[in-house]
Design a protein around this ligand. Structure first.
Ligand SMILES: Cc1ncc(COP(=O)(O)O)c(C=O)c1O
Length: 448
């Protein structure tokens, strides 16, 4: 929204069209950015106008850039965004290289593939991730990543629905709901949008919502292991969630992007829960499981039994969305994905996950030794640290200023993240050790 009090409008006469006056705007927007150029007559999408600030992670990057301007020689350790850093196993890259070479031969060239993904990969996904869970390859849609699928699912469901999200949660669920037009106004004081049900998931309730006080949503976004808290929902919790969805006639969109990091017996898929096929969709990703954040590959599962209120199968509509709005994942990425799911490839990518989880252990130990309350780090490579009574953006700023470390302020994941910061365990081991030492130094100094 333009803040007109600080908006300056300059008019310049266009010499070729003397009677036409071209308005040139130099407007400071409410969020601080500046629009300079020619104003069309196209109004801004009112839903985009509702979005608060920038998307969280570019916002964090902005702080990093400002910090580097202030301290050009700072050795920054970035444990913020949660990007993978370890090189891909050669078995995976070799398969992509071979595929690419094939593309320059008549025999190996391939153009468009099936919009839903290569048959072999859809089958491997069901065999590896959904063994004995009754998922058919035709219910699996290969994609260019979970985040893109979340948006395609929003498009599928349309604007007029009520959604519920864990609070705190991965910001894409709320932001894409706002963009599609499901949110009311943002209430600054509460840090929440109207018409979105924020289901508080803090340590008091073992990071699970109090469903007895949750009003009926159409769609429930649920992420396990959760980003940012690192909590993997227990079987009992997920049974309650599936029951709740069934009773309320809701659909769960279950994000299992971090399931490869589960080390205990928590379910890795919502489809481990009886009855979930009738109420749930699952989105997942090769990003964190196999280091494909840049390669881009993911998938969504929509069971045939999942029906709209009029009895129409959701899977048919999603197929239509995928064919109309997507056209299929890169065949090079799919070749890499297939290699990840071979037995040798799977072992290799599993060892990447083990590496990041050892990082998480180091961070948890370092922070725990300072007497801080630390969650996560056991079933997900995120460490969720409590700073009682502090604003999370202030903690983020102080850590950046004094240790040159990037973390993420918990409130960026929703009001339930206030007083927390998230530290990512994705990073080279040396950086994790160095980060632990810097934090110990900072926090020890502050205590004494
Ligand atoms: C919970 C969650 N879901 C989805 C994504 C995005 O995954 P992708 O890289 O497959 O788009 C992320 C990325 O950090 C995430 O944390």
């Amino acid at each position: 929204m333009y803040n007109m009090s600080i908006c300056t409008i300059k008019f310049s006469t266009n010499i070729l069209q003397p009677r036409m006056v071209v308005a040139r705007l130099s407007c400071r927007l409410k969020n601080g950015s500046v629009g300079i150029g020619h104003c069309t007559k196209v109004p801004r999408n009112a839903n985009m106008e509702k979005l608060q600030h920038g998307y969280l992670f570019p916002e964090i990057e902005r702080h990093e850039v400002m910090h580097l301007e202030k301290y050009p020689h700072a050795n920054i350790i970035d444990l913020g965004i949660g990007d993978t850093t370890e090189p891909l196993p050669t078995i995976v890259t070799t398969s992509m290289v071979d595929f690419v070479h094939g593309l320059s031969t008549r025999k190996g060239y391939k153009g468009y593939g099936p919009e839903q993904g290569e048959k072999a990969l859809r089958k491997e996904i069901t065999d590896v991730f959904y063994k004995d869970l009754g998922i058919k390859p035709t219910e699996v849609f290969v994609s260019d990543g979970a985040q893109c699928d979340i948006t395609r699912l929003q498009l599928l469901m349309g604007p007029n629905l009520k959604i519920a999200v864990q609070d705190p949660s991965f910001p894409a669920y709320i932001d894409s709901s706002v963009i599609i037009g499901r949110a009311g106004e943002f209430v600054d004081k509460a840090g929440k949008y109207k018409n979105i049900e924020y289901m508080k998931c803090g340590p008091q309730t073992n990071f699970f919502p109090d469903l007895s006080t949750t009003s009926r949503p159409d769609i429930i976004f649920f992420c396990s292991p959760n980003n940012p808290t690192g909590h993997a929902a227990t079987r009992k919790q997920l049974e309650q969630l599936v029951d709740f969805a069934k009773v309320n006639g809701s659909i769960i969109i279950f994000d299992s992007a971090y399931s490869a990091y589960i080390t205990d017996d928590s379910p890795k898929s919502i489809f481990e829960i009886p009855g979930a096929r009738e109420v749930a969709i699952e989105v997942s990703s090769f990003s964190k499981f196999a280091g494909f954040t840049g390669v881009r590959l993911g998938w969504t599962v929509i069971p045939e039994e999942l029906l709209y209120s009029n009895g129409f199968p959701v899977v048919h509509d999603f197929n239509r969305i995928v064919c109309t709005c997507f056209n299929g994942a890169s065949n090079i990425a799919q070749a890499g994905g297939l290699a990840c799911l071979s037995s040798k490839g799977f072992r290799a990518v599993k060892s990447l996950a083990a590496y990041y989880m050892e990082n998480a252990r180091i961070l948890v130990n370092a922070l725990g030794s300072l007497g801080l309350t630390v969650y996560g780090g056991k079933n997900a490579p995120y460490v969720w640290v409590h700073f009682p009574g502090s604003k999370s953006w202030n903690v983020f700023a102080e850590i950046l200023e004094k240790t040159h470390m990037i973390t993420v302020p918990g409130s960026g994941f929703g009001p339930g993240g206030e007083e927390y910061i998230r530290i990512s365990a994705f990073g080279p081991r040396q950086s994790i050790i160095e980060a632990s030492q810097r934090l110990k130094h900072l926090l020890y100094q502050e205590d004494n």
